[in-house]
Design a protein around this ligand. Structure first.
Ligand SMILES: NC(=O)c1ccc[n+]([C@@H]2O[C@H](COP(=O)([O-])OP(=O)(O)OC[C@H]3O[C@@H](n4cnc5c(N)ncnc54)[C@H](OP(=O)(O)O)[C@@H]3O)[C@@H](O)[C@H]2O)c1
Length: 443
């Protein structure tokens, strides 16, 4: 959480109902600010955490005039471009004019696609020239229009998010959906294509930092991981969809049949973009798990939960349990004996293996693991997915896991049965560990 310096602001937010807008609302309010949401319809939306709701359509700039009243201390513009540069310019005009001479922030949301393919350059910074893909062709001009407001006494700021993930949404959710419907994960463009990425909650914290302390006329890349092979993202999206097949790369021309030519071209962009400047200058600290980890064992994996109330605290415990099971998988796939033993509780763990071998106590489990794990994955290994969690107590959970045999490249071995591991986990000293484990082979 950022120090607001006690300066609580009333923030007008366009795009507040959207993917990023929902997270920005959460983080602005958590930092003590009040969100005044601009929505296209007047329908009240209870439970969103907004201080107030106003009606406005960014495609109709006249409807924005009058929304930035003297009590509005900051404006965050998240609604997407209309497709018409004149309209978007007029929307900026309507939002900026009342802020002139006040030194109050206007934060405009662009995106890293304005940079185009970054080619051989690594970790491209904010100073790089723009080279936008068609989908965002005129957006650099809107960025410049916003930044020009700095000369008029507006604390004008531009944020360019990378590919946003987390909370089970954004573009990665499209990859999960495509993997499910196509029976194999897919990605677009060339084989080696890479995306810069950012977790939606980390990005929302950058917006809070921008509102609170970015300088007039500044532009920031909202990038958590500079460059991630999209093949890895696609493979993880397949896992999230329960599809264990090798990812296939779809040429942009073919992807255009599904997504239209402009979006397909953007999905196929190969980029390496730096988010270092915001870390250094704004003290931004992206801290969430990376996109691949989140797809493998995080927000894109629906888990049935019993015995605990719905809410962020339960979500956090389930996420911690999913991470423990991901550790089981990682240790097994990489034959890490110590890593595997690390998941067990020290005090009297028990484990009945899939072959019916009963192991009692940490030492017996350790001896067995040292004997069988090294060399075990030469021809095959397994993936582990948490399916159900029953909280017997807040610190004791019964966990149903699905174990599927895979080749070392992650594709499913179709003629080998699944396992149904069942774990009793105990939370001690803040960490979940396996107290008892049993595996049953599916007949
Ligand atoms: N997601 C990413 O990976 C990503 C990456 C880089 C940049 N961005 C940029 O970030 C911004 C937000 O993206 P997002 O992913 O959060 O999009 P989103 O989930 O589609 O949300 C868009 C939001 O804008 C609102 N909106 C759309 N048209 C509007 C209009 N004419 N007037 C007023 N409000 C309107 C929507 O309201 P309704 O509820 O009325 O539909 C919704 O609240 C966009 O500018 C996008 O280009 C996104």
């Amino acid at each position: 959480m950022f120090d607001t310096g006690g300066n609580v602001m009333k923030v007008l937010l366009t795009g507040a109902t959207g993917y990023i807008g929902t997270a920005v609302t959460d983080h602005l309010t958590a930092a003590g600010h009040q969100v005044v949401a601009v929505t296209r319809g007047a329908e009240p939306q209870p439970g969103r955490g907004w201080h107030a709701q106003l009606v406005g359509d960014t495609a109709d700039p006249a409807s924005l005039a009058g929304l930035v009243t003297p009590d509005i201390e900051a404006v965050v513009h998240l609604a997407p471009p209309s497709g018409d540069a004149e309209v978007d310019t007029a929307a900026i005009e309507a939002l900026a004019t009342p802020l002139r001479g006040t030194g109050r922030p206007l934060v405009y949301t662009s995106g890293v696609w304005v940079l185009g393919a970054t080619g051989a350059a690594q970790e491209v910074g904010e100073e790089a020239a723009t080279n936008p893909v068609g989908l965002v062709g005129y957006r650099p001009r809107i960025e410049q229009r916003v930044l020009a407001e700095a000369a008029e006494g507006v604390r004008a700021v531009v944020v360019r998010p990378a590919i946003v993930y987390g909370r089970g949404g954004g573009i990665p959710a499209i990859l999960v959906d495509r993997a499910r419907t196509q029976g194999a994960p897919e990605y677009y463009g060339e084989e080696g294509v890479r995306w810069p990425t950012v977790h939606v909650d980390d990005l929302a914290e950058l917006f809070v930092a921008a509102v609170e302390r970015a300088e007039a006329g500044s532009l920031w890349h909202g990038v958590g991981e500079s460059t991630v092979p999209v093949r890895d993202i696609a493979r993880a999206a397949g896992r999230a969809a329960g599809v264990l097949a090798a990812p296939r790369v779809v040429p942009v021309e073919q992807a255009a049949e599904t997504f239209g030519p402009l979006f397909a071209e953007a999905l196929g962009l190969d980029q390496s973009v730096s988010g270092a400047a915001a870390r250094t200058a704004l003290g931004w600290r992206p801290s969430r798990p990376g996109i691949v980890a989140d797809l493998l064992a995080g927000s894109y994996r629906p888990v049935e939960v019993f015995g605990a109330p719905e809410g962020p605290e339960t979500d956090a415990e389930v996420a911690a349990i999913a991470r423990l099971v991901a550790e089981v998988e990682h240790a097994q796939q990489n034959e890490l004996v110590d890593g595997f033993l690390e998941v067990f509780r020290r005090a009297d763990p028990v484990w009945t293996t899939g072959h019916g071998k009963r192991l009692s106590g940490f030492d017996e489990i350790a001896e067995f693991t040292r004997k069988v794990l090294p060399g075990a994955t030469a021809e095959s290994t397994a993936v582990y997915d948490v399916e159900r969690v029953l909280f017997l107590r807040p610190d004791v959970a019964a966990v149903n896991v699905r174990q599927q045999p895979v080749l070392p490249d992650g594709t499913r071995i179709t003629d080998r049965p699944e396992g149904r591991p069942f774990y009793i986990l105990v939370k001690e000293d803040g960490a979940w560990r396996v107290g008892a484990a049993q595996n049953t082979v599916v007949a």
